[in-house]
Design a protein around this ligand. Structure first.
Ligand SMILES: Nc1nc2c(c(=O)[nH]1)N[C@H]1C(S)=C(S)[C@@H](COP(=O)(O)O)O[C@H]1N2
Ligand SMILES: [Mo]
Length: 374
């Protein structure tokens, strides 16, 4: 009697045969799942690295100079590639949402809960990550912490999902064993083409030779004052007018204050270094200025001192940054006065900015007022 009543609920998508496409089948799901899983793992690993670098300033050494540029470029490239893959994967498996009966025991319930967690976490990651690339934060929670912790949920959900589906994946692993399904090859080719297209039209924000194909990326790495993009302008940071009595204050055992002319009279060094923004764009430039380590030596700072850098900016999360001695003592780390041969434009940090090898862009402090050996 009770089962009769329940059977009557089987309407609409719950009906037998409600999804006629032959492509809602395991082999298609396994193939796309493999690509999606690979993208997720790359995205997770590079994201974790970026988080750690921003939180602790480590653990990467200061070489290769382009290291963070590559890992963060991969983070955003793999994240964007996940969008079409996720669409294809969800389409392939969504009839399972209407599985009948909906609950078939404790394990089955746990498996479904795991998938719900995985799908929700991955959708949230892709959504918040994508909006972050255009610096749009239409939500009440902090982006970075949410994006970081949700990534762990996604990873956990993925591991649960893989273990629950291990037998099914093994069964449909090889192409030869898979039963032929009409349309599968075309569908997979279309998914591959979509991934290729979104990658090609966005990767140019970080890959120099794809620059001209960068139609959908929010940045072109060669557009902006002095041929370099700007994330926060001097006007937005409230430092458009640098005080006439500006001095760089250098703190340490024998503190000094230096005018721009005095900095310009110190030995100048030139380094080719990238700005690698966490949002996925990066661009290399030629910077000229004073070595940070020369300033630290001048004030008698101990060689292993961490350095605190404070901007003229009044507020904002990047006003103050800290730099471990591996970076501070690197011969390429400069307090730059010039970029690409010109005096820094206000938007690039006039009068002086930090530029160091292999660091996230957020730590390349502009409009520097104070440098202190701690
Ligand atoms: N003081 C200060 N420095 C800052 C920022 C900031 O908001 N304030 N933004 C950072 C970010 S997020 C990036 S990516 C780089 C960009 O440098 P650019 O504008 O010269 O390209 O500057 C960094 N330095
Ligand atoms: Mo950035």
């Amino acid at each position: 009697m009770a089962s009769m009543d329940i059977e009557r609920l089987r309407r609409g998508p719950l009906r037998e045969g409600a999804f006629p496409s032959r492509l809602h089948e395991p082999r298609t799901a396994v193939v796309i799942g493999r690509w999606l899983g690979a993208a997720l793992v790359v995205c997770f690993a590079t994201g974790l690295l970026s988080h750690v670098m921003q939180e602790w300033g480590g653990p990467l050494p200061s070489r290769p100079v382009n290291g963070y540029r590559i890992t963060q470029g991969l983070h955003v490239i793999s994240g964007i590639a996940m969008i079409p893959l996720l669409g294809a994967k969800l389409w392939t498996v969504y009839p399972k949402l209407f599985e009948w009966p909906p609950v078939q025991g404790v394990l089955h319930l746990l498996e479904r809960a795991g998938i719900a967690l995985l799908v929700a976490a991955v959708l949230l990651e892709v959504f918040t990550g994508l909006l972050n690339t255009v610096q749009w934060y239409p939500w009440p929670f902090p982006f970075r912490q949410t994006h970081y912790w949700t990534a762990w949920l996604a990873l956990g959900g993925l591991l649960l999902h893989l273990s629950a589906k291990a037998p099914l994946i093994a069964e449909h692993r090889s192409r030869r064993a898979a039963a032929p399904v009409a349309g599968r090859r075309g569908f997979l080719a279309a998914v591959t083409a979509s991934v290729g297209l979104v990658t090609l039209t966005t990767a140019g924000q970080t890959v120099p030779w794809l620059r001209r194909a960068d139609l959908l990326g929010p940045r072109r790495p060669d557009l902006g004052p002095q041929g370099l993009p700007v994330n926060r302008t001097a006007a937005q940071a409230g430092v458009a007018a640098v005080p006439a009595d500006w001095r760089l204050s250098v703190g340490g055992p024998r503190p000094v204050e230096l005018t721009l002319a005095e900095l310009g009279a110190m030995p100048q060094h030139t380094a080719e270094l990238p700005i690698a923004c966490v949002e996925g764009w990066s661009a290399s430039a030629t910077w000229t200025g004073v070595r940070l380590r020369d300033l630290l030596d001048r004030v008698g700072a101990p060689p292993d001192a961490t350095v605190r850098i404070t901007s003229l900016q009044r507020e904002g999360p990047y006003r103050v940054t800290e730099m471990a001695s591996t970076y501070a003592r690197d011969e390429l780390t400069l307090l730059a006065l010039r970029v690409n041969g010109e005096i820094l434009a206000p938007d690039h940090g006039y009068p002086v900015r930090i530029i160091a090898p292999n660091r996230p862009g957020v730590l390349q402090t502009k409009w520097v007022a104070k440098v202190e050996a701690l």
